[in-house]
Ligand binder design. Sequence first.
Ligand code: UQ1
Length: 451
Amino acid sequence: MACAPSARPFIALAAVPARRGLASVAAAAAPVTSATSNHKVVLVGAGTAGLSIGHQLLRSGKFAQDDIAIVDPATWHHYQPGWTLVGGGLKNKEELQSRLDEMIDPNIKFYNDSVGKFAPEQNVVTLGNGDKISYEQLVVVPGVHIDYSSIRGLPEALADRNSLVSTIYSYDHCDKVFRTIEALQKGTAIFTQPAGVIKCAGAPQKIMWLALDHWKQTGVYDPTNPSASPVKVAFATGLPVMFGVPKYSAKLDALRQERGVEGLFERDLVSIDNGNTATFARPNGQEKVTRKFDFLHAVPKMGPHAFVKSSPLANAAGYVDVDDATTRHKKYANIWSAGDASSLPTSKTAAAITAEAPVLVGNLLNAMEGKAPQEQYDGYTSCPLLTEYGKVMLAEFKYGGVPKETFNDWFGIDQAEPRRAFYHLKKDFFPWVYRNNMVKGTWGGPKGWLN
Ligand code: UQ1
C-alpha cells in the first residue's frame, strides 16, 4: 500500500475510436439479428465483482460512452462483509447500503433488470423484460443465491420477530442477530454452518466469537467454567473441521477448546421445529440428531442462480465454468467470470475479488486486441476472522489452502495470531476503502491502490 487514495471519483474518458473489428473469434462468428442494443462489454451483476471490473475496464481509457453495460435488478448495493459487524452490534445496517444507480459511472449503461437467458453462440443476453442486448465480451458475475428454504422452518423462524432464530446473511435479518444475542440470559446457543459451499466461510463462526465475548462481558458465560455458566455455546458445522485451511483451523480449534465451545462436527442443519428444536443430518446415511436451543444463528445453504445453472455457461455444479488462472470461460473465449458465481476453486469473498478483477480485466482487454491472456490468478482470498471484540485473525491464502499472508511477507507477522490492528482493518479500513476505491476500480487489495 504505497500511496494515498485517489480523491477523483472517476476518470475523464478520452473518446476512442470503436474497434468492433477486433472482437474475439467467437464474437465475430455469429452475427446478431434480433438484438436491440450492442455493447463492447456486458457485465451481468453489479455486486462487488461487477462494479470493480466494470470500473477498472472504464479506467483503462479504451471505452467510450455506453461501450460497457451492466445488468442488475437490484435497487440497493450492500457492503455484505459488514453484516457480521451489524450482528455484533458494531454497525448499523443502513450505513452499509447505497443506491446502486448512484454507484455506477454514468459512462456505463445500466440495465436495471434481471437476466432471462444467455445465448453464448449468438453473443446475446436476454433481459427479464424480453429485451436483447449483444456483446463482444461478456462478464458473468451475479454472485450466488441464498436458499433459505434449504432449512425447513427457517424462513418462518426468521420472519417471526420474537423467535430465537436469526442470520447475518441477509439485510432483513442481520440486525435481529444482535437483538437475540442481547436477549439471551441462559440456555443453549447454537451457531450453524452448512455442508457445501457458502460465501465468506468464516462468517458463521465470526458471529459466534462476538456473541461469546458479549455473553462473557455481561456475565452469563464463563469460558473457564462453561458447565457452570448460565449460557452454553455450541458450533454445529456440516464440515469435519473449524475452517478449510489447516493452519487457521488448528488455531481456531484451539480457541474453541480454550473457550469451552462444544464442537458438533459433520452436523448439517436441515430443520427447525417448534421454535426451539434443531435437526441435523449426518454423513453417510447416519441417523439424524436433534438438539434443543434457546438461541440459534443459522446459515442457509447457497448455490448458483437458476439462470446461470440452467445455462450453457455452467459446469456440472452450476457455476460459470472458467479457467482457474485466466478467468476465461473454458468453452466460450469471449466470456469471463469471477467472484461467487464463478467456478474458481477458492473461498468466496470480497478480498478474492480484489485479486481476480485485475486479472480478468487485463486478460479481457488483451482478448479484445486478439492477444492471448497474460495475467494469472493464484486463488488469493482472505477471511478477516473476528475472534472477539477488538481482535481479528487475518487468514489469507491461495489455491490449495496455502497461506499467502500480506503482513507476514512484509513484517514477519504470523497472521494466525488474532490482533487488534487487523480488527481495525476489518471494522474501519476495509469498509472505507471498499466504498471509496474498490467499487470505483481503484483498489487492488494487498497490492494497494490501482491507477
Ligand atoms: C481487501 O482488500 C478487502 O476489500 C476491501 C477486504 O474486505 C472485504 C478484505 O477483507 C481483505 C482481506 C482485503 C485485502 C487487503 C489487505 C490489505 C490484506
